[in-house]
Design a protein around this ligand. Structure first.
Ligand code: TMP
Length: 239
């Protein structure tokens, strides 16, 4: 499958059309941004790792009944996906306090929750992706009640599957962000990426951060952290 025109360029990926209307190609870049694009940089090799990790996660989820946009990996950095219209909600699931949760509610990082939280942000760079609740999303017409119900149920199912997966590789899944899309028939599927850019991954024993927080917070060792995640992914012979 060949790329035709470029449809979109985001902070970390480009999306291309193909000759087949319902299919797109996603190309992962090494570019990294944080704080709504204020901080810019490059993480060498990130595009390859994020492409590979996303596809492994998508296959794991599909196998367990989660509908996704994934079709097949084309190369180190490129993947064929079904074309969707992205629902403009960032869906964040948290198992442990960290990041904006800790900041907003004035609590330390690392508190393990009795059950996971699900929250939504309005996907809108101009507004800085503000937090919103279900009634706000409905009022803004971002999704229907039924779609929001489906998205929440899928997000929690995905959390259960990924939490267990990462634990087997000595990693605690602290939190992550998902995006969903609508296929031409209106059905909801998981889209976008699942990578160290979009998940907080901590080593179970040392609590070392193995994700983009190393870039956001200038902790150093960013490439090594992404490489370590990749190495643990590859441990699993079934992949
Ligand atoms: P937060 O604690 O900053 O709200 O982030 C929660 C999770 O969402 C964390 O795993 C990182 C991910 N995330 C993104 O994927 N994109 C973003 O723009 C932000 C702010 C967070």
């Amino acid at each position: 499958m060949e790329k035709t025109v470029q449809l979109y360029e985001g902070k970390a990926k480009k999306v291309y059309a193909t000759a087949e209307e319902g299919l797109c190609i996603v190309a992962y870049k090494d570019d990294a941004t944080a704080f709504n694009g204020l901080k810019k940089g490059t993480i060498a090799g990130k595009g390859v790792i994020n492409n590979r990790m996303t596809n492994i996660m998508m296959r794991l989820l599909e196998k367990n009944g989660v509908p996704t946009h994934f079709v097949r990996e084309l190369s180190e950095r490129e993947t064929l996906v079904r074309r969707v219209k992205i629902v403009p909600l960032e869906v964040i699931v948290r198992n442990v306090s960290a990041g904006s949760f800790s900041k907003r509610y004035g609590v330390e990082e690392g508190i393990v929750f009795a059950s996971p939280t699900v929250e939504f942000s309005y996907k809108n760079d101009e507004l800085g992706d503000p937090l919103l609740n279900t009634s706000h999303a409905l009022a803004l017409g971002l999704a229907t009640e039924k779609e929001i119900e489906t998205i929440k149920a899928l997000a929690l199912k995905i959390n259960g599957l990924m939490k267990e997966f990462w634990l087997r590789h000595g990693i605690e899944l602290v939190d992550f962000k998902l995006e969903f899309g609508r296929l031409a028939d209106g059905s909801i599927v998981l889209a976008d990426e699942i990578s160290p850019d979009t998940c907080r991954l901590w080593d179970v024993n040392t609590h070392e951060k193995l994700d983009k927080d190393r870039f956001r917070r200038d902790l150093g060792g960013v490439e090594n952290a992404y490489g370590e995640v990749m190495r643990r992914l590859m441990e699993d012979a079934a992949l």
